[in-house]
Structure formats: structure tokens, C-alpha cells
Write a protein that binds this ligand. Structure first.
Ligand code: PRX
Length: 636
């Protein structure tokens, strides 16, 4: 079991009367009780707040568990509820999105304008032959066209597969091929920390290895010359200017009527094998789960300005930059670049400039900014902030206190939201009215049931460490792993039958508050990014000099965890600093800069079980100078 335990700091933070008086939900207990007594009734009441072309027959169908189904028989489309519904009201003139580029450029979209762009792009996709059920890969920088592309796919019933723009050739290739996408949407390049990421060139290289893609649509962000292959590659702006896109003034494109259980998107995430798995989410349940959690946890009000500083390429961005804020009719802010570009006050200057009320980010970003000192945020008026959020990894007490004191001026409750790509929505999280203990994600969202169990699935005593499980289905849950239902069952539902295994360890204290400790499988959270040890190892082994490799995560002050690797070289190769640099660059090229190992150590052998499995646990213990634990299966 991992030992990345968060220490329990002293003190409980009680929300102010003001926060309670203004909160959307006044009592956590009342809501939790309602959901406990009548789970289907509770979620049906939330679902009632959306438009359905046909209402569901059954809220929750458990007959084919763990292939749970929600709102069975219901017909809707999440985009109808994100856009069509709002443009028919006064909200058509409300800002849906404010965007700032790393270079300071600003673009804004009202609900009307966003709907127009989505309709136009949906018309383009349809004219290319994209239809309901087809998969479309989106590999872009953080520009407004990324959510526009996602929404356009969903509008016509295509299934989007967004690949994070920080991934590289091999990662993109694997995802393109597994999803069998016919269309890939990208940018000529993207800006990140003052540098340019050559997205189109990476696509070109990936496509040499992947055969299914027929069309590439390229949004011009950088303006550099990029090779365009005739008959395959098209410029976004040229397609959007065609009569087909502008049909009916560009504002019309029929929204496909979808079954509640029809797939909305797939999102690849790392697991225990080298092959990333495509987590599949659906239109109906995902819509109800993400919108309800956003409205209750971040307490969004009609006149709020909300900023989720994640990347749309991860689940946090899918759920809480793109879909949920539009579902609740919010105004979101989105920023293209790095938090420290050109100076470490960039984020705080934008909070001030746009009057952000709710800020949601990852502890790693806070730790990264903390090291530059308080003077940077203190130069700005942050008084618009009223609520803060944290996600992706446990928030350590120092970062929590800094966030609370320096950014929130001790006025802003911090919503520490625990959830996963697989859960789609916040699972263990406070509401603003809940007493906070820094470092704890507090209790499950109403309707969510969680527990901490031992090896046999029995609940552990209060305060003891164990495995975190979810014991009831929830509407935004993954439905399966795309094209691999067996893996869905074995990965999540077989360790403890009837319970969803999260892959995390945790403790539950005497008040029922959960303290997440970290992953217990072969997943490493690096700067909040989720990477599989096996992916990193296979990237290393694809280098001609490497015979074998092992990757582990070790604690890192800013990143949370850093990747340490152990490499056995093939005969005839000598260890050298130059080779270390070459291997790091190789992993960066194959997987992406986020996967570059912090450290590479050449070793003559690796600790393995007699059946040949690398014992990463032993490597970790040795690196940290800790006892090696049970090594009876270790091969001499
Ligand atoms: O280990 C937990 C950690 O992130 C994992 C899920 O990663 P991913 O699918 O990339 O989704 C991240 C964004 C939702 C979890 O298994 N994690 C996520 N949120 C928290 C967390 N660990 C502690 N506290 C959190 N608030």
C-alpha cells in the first residue's frame, strides 16, 4: 500500500453564517437522508430539471449489474440542455465563455455565439459524413474551438475522444487506433509557457502509424506553415466559411435525439496495463450527475464567474469546464497557457481582471505558485473570490492553508473534491455549508455511498487505512471500457463483488470524514496527471538501448509524485549521462513531456517475483529507505 499519507492538520473550519445563508443547498444532512431513503426518487428530482424529448421509464436499472443503466427509456441530448435550451431564453445574451490566450488575446462567447459556432461546426462534421456513433478524436490546445468541437460532436451523436494536447506521438497513435476514429481535429500548434507545441506535426507522425483517419481538421492558432495533405487535411476556418456550415445563417443544425444511455464520449485513462483504457460516459446520467454536483458544491449563481483551471483534455475539463457549467447556464472563464507566464502573478491578475468568484484548481498548481511567495498574489485584488476548489490529488496542509489564507483571505471555503475519470462527477466532497477539515474531502455527495474496507472487503475500524470503495451506483458512472467490457468488470467490480473498487487507499475518521491517501495500483499521479507505470516502461523499452525498465512514483514537493525509473541496458550499451538525457527525451517524444522521468538509474537487475513480475513496491521501499515488507515471493 502506498505511504503518501497526508498528515491530519489540526482544526475544523466552520462556514460563516453568510455562506450558509446564501448557499443553494442549506443542509447536507437533509439531502443525504433524502437520497438514502429514496435513491431513484432523489436522482429523478434532479433529472426533472432538464429537457427530455421523452421521459425515462426507469430511473435505475440494476438487472444487469455492474452494467447499470440510468434513466432507461429517456430521450435527450446533453447539448440540447447545454445550448438549445438556453438560447430560447434571455440567457442567449449571457456570456457562456470568456477566454484569454497566453499572449493576452481575449475572446468572449455569449450562449448565442457559442451555439452558432457549435451549429456551424456540427454542420461541417455532418457534411464530412460523421454520424451518430462515429468516433472523433480531438487533439488541440486550450482554445475555445476545443469545447466547440466537443459540443458539435455530441450534438450530432458522434462520440468524442479528446486526447490531452500535452501527450505526444505514441500516446496519440494508440488512442486514434483503439477508437478507430475517422476524423481527427487538431491545431497547427498551441502556446504553452511561451513555447509552441507542434500539434499538427505530432498528428502527422501519429497518422503514419494509424490508418483509420480519413480527415484532419486543423484550427489555425499559431499561423506557422504546416504541411497540409491534400484530400486529407482541411483548415477549420475554410470549412466554417463554406455554405454548408452557414446554412440558415449558421445558427441551425438539428440536435440529434439520443437515448439517455447512448455514448457521449470516451476518455482514455491509465490503468494497470500498458494499454490505456477508454472510459465510456453517456448522455443522460452524466448530464444529471455533473450539473447537480456543480450547482451544489460550487454553489453557482446566475451572476457568478467561474473558473476551472484544468485542461479540457482531462475529465475535470470535460465535466467542469465544458458540460456542467453550460448545463447550469453559468459564465465560465478559460485560460490557454501556463500559470507562471510571463510572471507568477498571471492567474491572480486574471482573477482580478475578470472578477472570478469561484476558482477550481489542483494542489500541484498551488504548490508551484506558493514557491514564488505571497507578494505575487498580494499585488492583486482577489476579493471577488467566494469559493475555492481543489482536485486531482490529496491537498497537503501547507497548500490548503496558503490557498485559504493568501488566496481566499480566510473568507472562502475550500471544496476538496475527490473523484475520478471513471466517476464522471464529484463523489466525496463538501458542500459549502459543511464543516471542513483541511486535507479531508469530507463526506460523500448525497446519493453517493463510500466505505473503507480491508483485503476481504470488510469495513475497517475508524481511523484505519484501507481500500476506498463505492457501494451504490451513481448516474455519471462509467458504463464500460470501450470495446472491453470484461476489463470493466475485472478492473472495478471483481475485487469486492457488488462494490466499485477505486484503486485508492483512504481512512475514514470517527466523524465519517474521508482522508484519501493515494493510489494502491500501478498508477502514478504526477502533478495531478494520471500515468501508468506500464506506459512509461513500454516507452522506455521502445528505445533500442533498453532491455527492461521499471517505473515508480516517489514523493515530490511540487508535483506530488515524480517518476523514477530503473533501466537494464541491452548488451553493448554503456550507461552515460548522455544516454540518460536521450532516454528522457525519448519518453517525452513518445508519451509527452508530462511523462518524462525525473530520474533514470541504470541497474543490472530488477526485483521480481518468481513469476517474473516486477516488484515496484520493493523498489519504492528501497528508494525511500523503508522496510521492504513481505518479500517471500521475491526471486533471489
Ligand atoms: O487518486 C485519486 C486522485 O486522482 C485519482 C483519479 O485521477 P483521474 O482519473 O485523473 O481524475 C482526476 C480528476 C478527478 C483518484 O483515484 N484524486 C482525485 N481527486 C482527489 C484525489 N486524491 C485526493 N483528493 C482529491 N480531492
Amino acid at each position: 500500500m502506498s505511504n503518501e499519507s497526508s498528515q491530519e492538520p489540526q482544526g475544523c473550519f466552520v462556514p460563516s453564517p453568510d455562506v450558509i445563508a446564501n448557499a443553494n443547498i442549506k443542509s447536507y444532512e437533509a439531502m443525504a437522508r433524502w437520497a438514502q431513503e429514496d435513491l431513484p426518487g432523489f436522482w429523478a428530482a434532479q433529472a426533472e430539471q432538464f429537457e427530455w424529448f421523452r421521459k425515462w421509464d426507469t430511473v435505475l436499472d440494476e438487472s444487469n449489474a455492474p452494467f447499470y443503466q440510468w434513466f432507461v427509456g429517456g430521450k435527450t441530448n446533453i447539448v440540447y440542455n447545454c445550448l438549445d435550451r438556453h438560447v430560447a431564453t434571455w440567457r442567449r445574451n449571457k456570456l457562456a465563455l470568456i477566454w484569454e490566450g497566453e499572449n493576452g488575446e481575449v475572446r468572449t462567447f455569449s450562449y448565442h455565439a457559442l451555439n452558432r459556432e457549435v451549429c456551424k461546426f456540427a454542420n461541417v462534421l455532418r457534411s464530412m459524413g460523421v454520424k451518430k456513433g462515429d468516433r472523433v478524436t480531438i487533439y488541440m490546445g486550450r482554445v475555445p474551438e476545443l469545447p466547440i468541437a466537443m459540443l458539435a460532436c455530441a450534438k450530432i451523436g458522434a462520440v468524442h475522444s479528446v486526447v490531452y494536447g500535452g501527450f505526444s506521438v505514441e500516446a496519440l497513435h494508440g488512442r486514434l487506433e483503439d477508437s478507430e476514429s475517422n476524423v481527427c481535429i487538431t491545431c497547427d500548434g498551441s502556446y504553452m509557457n511561451g513555447k509552441i507545441v507542434e500539434l499538427k506535426r505530432i498528428v502527422d507522425e501519429a497518422l503514419k502509424r494509424a490508418a483509420t483517419v480519413e480527415h484532419v481538421i486543423v484550427f489555425k492558432r499559431i499561423g506557422h506553415d504546416v504541411p497540409m495533405e491534400q484530400g486529407r487535411d482541411y483548415w477549420w476556418h475554410e470549412l466554417m466559411g463554406l455554405p454548408v456550415a452557414r446554412a440558415n445563417g449558421g445558427n441551425r443544425c438539428e440536435t440529434e435525439i439520443m437515448d439517455a444511455e447512448d455514448p457521449l464520449f470516451m476518455l482514455y485513462t491509465s490503468g494497470t496495463t500498458g494499454k490505456p483504457k477508454a472510459i465510456l460516459h453517456t448522455h443522460g446520467g452524466y448530464m444529471v450527475g455533473t450539473a447537480t454536483t456543480l450547482k451544489w458544491v460550487f454553489d453557482l449563481k446566475e451572476d457568478d464567474r467561474y473558473w476551472c483551471a484544468a485542461d479540457p483534455g482531462w475529465i475535470t475539463g470535460h465535466s467542469y469546464i465544458v458540460y456542467a457549467p453550460l448545463l447550469v447556464g453559468a459564465t465560465s472563464f478559460m485560460y490557454e497557457g501556463a500559470p507562471t507566464y510571463p510572471y507568477p502573478n498571471r492567474w491572480w491578475s486574471m482573477v482580478e481582471k475578470y472578477g472570478i468568484n469561484v476558482l477550481y484548481c489542483a494542489p500541484t498548481a498551488l504548490r508551484g505558485l506558493m514557491r514564488f511567495g505571497e507578494a505575487w498574489p498580494n499585488r492583486h485584488d482577489l476579493s471577488s473570490l467566494r469559493l475555492l476548489g481543489s482536485v486531482g490529488e490529496p491537498i497537503n496542509p501547507e497548500a490548503w492553508r496558503w490557498y485559504h489564507r493568501v488566496i481566499g483571505k480566510e473568507n472562502c471555503p475550500i471544496m476538496d473534491t475527490w473523484w475520478q475519470t471513471e466517476t464522471g462527477m464529484f463523489m466525496i466532497t463538501p458542500l459549502p455549508v459543511v464543516d471542513l477539515k483541511p486535507g479531508s474531502a469530507t463526506r460523500p455527495f448525497p446519493g453517493v455511498e463510500a466505505d473503507v474496507v480491508d483485503e476481504h472487503g470488510d469495513p475497517v475500524a475508524a481511523g484505519d487505512e484501507g481500500y476506498l470503495v463505492l457501494t451504490k451506483p451513481w448516474p455519471a458512472m462509467l458504463r464500460t471500457i470501450y470495446r472491453d467490457p470484461d476489463r470493466y468488470v475485472t478492473q472495478y467490480w471483481s475485487k469486492y463483488p457488488g462494490k466499485y473498487f477505486t484503486g485508492d487507499s483512504a481512512r475514514k475518521d470517527a466523524d465519517g470524514y474521508f482522508w484519501i491517501i493515494g493510489r494502491v495500483d500501478d498508477v502514478i499521479k504526477v502533478s495531478g496527471y494520471r500515468l501508468g507505470t506500464a506506459e512509461i516502461e513500454s516507452a522506455l523499452v521502445s528505445h533500442h538501448a533498453v532491455a527492461e525498465a521499471a517505473a515508480i512514483g516517489l514523493p515530490h514537493e511540487i508535483k506530488g509524485n515524480a517518476i523514477h525509473t530503473y533501466v537494464i541496458l541491452k548488451a553493448g550499451n554503456e550507461p552515460s549521462d548522455a544516454l540518460i538525457e536521450e532516454l528522457k527525451a525519448h519518453v517525452g517524444h513518445e508519451l509527452g513531456p508530462i511523462a518524462k522521468p525525473e530520474k533514470i538509474t541504470f541497474v543490472p537487475q530488477l526485483p521480481k517475483t518468481r513469476s517474473g513480475k516486477i516488484m515496484r513496491r520493493v523498489l519504492r521501499a528501497r528508494a525511500l529507505g523503508l522496510p521492504e515488507g513481505d518479500i517471500t515471493t521475491l526471486e533471489e
